[in-house]
Design a protein around this ligand. Structure first.
Ligand SMILES: Cc1cc2nc3c(=O)[nH]c(=O)nc-3n(C[C@H](O)[C@H](O)[C@H](O)COP(=O)(O)OP(=O)(O)OC[C@H]3O[C@@H](n4cnc5c(N)ncnc54)[C@H](O)[C@@H]3O)c2cc1C
Length: 312
């Protein structure tokens, strides 16, 4: 096999971004690929449905140790004679893909959003404001796939699972403590995101945003000033200097739509904006807009969402 795909499969179920990356790798290879992962991952056989023929899993590797993960990926790539290495363009993938590319002297395309065509890979640049087609001139290539760029395949098949038995050497970093940012749906994985800005007036008004998110099965997010003022935790801050997301639906409430905010959300499939100012710049980027006071609109929206859910 000449294509491997590195995925992070921590957690109870296989993350959507991992399923997308395996699908992408298998489409590129035109057949089964080898997936490489780590940790106490379970149910990895199921990756056969996305095109993995084999899954190599390394136990006991720290998920925050990018250097050891790089060794893992490069040693599997070398053992398999892989010419193409696919990663996910998320925190773990970003820590690994450039290092793997440097070690293997491979071309590296971060944040690919489509399969290569005529040797060129499409990727977002300028925070999603433009797209570039990058030509790959190296025999070996490392592509990291932007989450939510392609639909995961849902085929048949079961992958064989092998334990990684190579030597990764001693870890160079020690993780002393890990504090979980939140218990809800992780922002980068959320299909729907309900987000609030300074127009919500204060942290005491976040109840309706959380309720709407809960009814829709969504994650919550916020603009940067909201996090800076400690109305919401920093891990919810989206935008140029925060998390960049691409959900199927982004609902922005009381957010003006400054360019730095849009940079992190403008790749969302559908954008809905609630703002009392009809001139708010966000409306230009919106698919749906409600001009109105969030404190009047939100209760009606929650009621409608509840009704829709109960009828579904
Ligand atoms: C280098 C740099 C990086 C930055 N990075 C980021 C970033 O990553 N993310 C980010 O978000 N920002 C970022 N910013 C800040 C950005 O420029 C904006 O200042 C910020 O996004 C504005 O946040 P906001 O829309 O919540 O607040 P405001 O600009 O104050 O907008 C509030 C909006 O709420 C509306 N509103 C008020 N009351 C109501 C109501 N009752 N009902 C409905 N609507 C109402 C108003 O009409 C207004 O449009 C950055 C800035 C700089 C300089």
């Amino acid at each position: 096999m000449s294509t491997i795909v590195f995925i992070d499969t921590r957690g109870d179920k296989l993350p959507k971004a991992a399923l997308e990356a395996v699908t992408f790798a298998s489409q590129l290879a035109g057949g089964p690929v080898t997936a490489v992962t780590f940790g106490p991952a379970q149910g990895l056989e199921a990756l056969g449905a996305q095109g993995a023929g084999k899954v190599v899993v390394a136990r006991g590797v720290n998920a925050l140790d990018g250097q050891q993960l790089t060794k893992l990926v490069t040693s599997v790539a070398e053992a398999e004679g892989a010419k193409t290495i696919v990663c996910v363009h998320d925190g773990t993938g970003k820590a690994v893909a450039p290092r793997v590319a440097a070690r293997l002297k491979a071309a590296h395309v971060p944040g690919a959003i489509a399969a290569p065509e005529d040797g060129k890979v499409k990727r977002n640049v300028f925070s999603g404001k433009a797209q570039a087609w990058v030509e790959l001139r190296s025999d070996r290539r490392v592509l990291s796939l932007m989450p939510n760029s392609i639909a995961p395949a849902n085929g048949e098949g079961t992958a064989t699972v092998e334990e990684f038995s190579g030597d990764l050497g001693a870890a160079r970093v020690t993780v002393k403590e890990v504090r979980k940012a939140g218990a809800g749906i992780p922002l980068p994985e959320a299909e729907i995101v309900v987000s609030g800005g300074r127009g919500m007036k204060g942290p005491e008004h976040w109840g309706p945003i959380e309720e709407l998110a809960q009814v829709l099965g969504a994650a919550t997010a916020c603009s940067r000033p909201v996090a800076d003022m400690d109305w919401r935790p920093h891990h919810e801050h989206v935008g140029q200097t925060g998390v960049a997301i691409r959900p199927n639906c982004y609902i922005a409430i009381g957010i003006s739509g400054a360019i730095q905010h849009l940079a992190g959300v403008n790749q969302s499939k559908v954008i809905a904006v609630i703002n009392k100012d009809p001139e708010a710049p966000f409306f230009k980027a919106a698919d749906y807009g409600i001009v109105g006071d969030a404190f009047e609109v939100l209760p009606k929206l929650i009621e409608a969402a509840k009704k829709l859910r109960s009828e579904a």
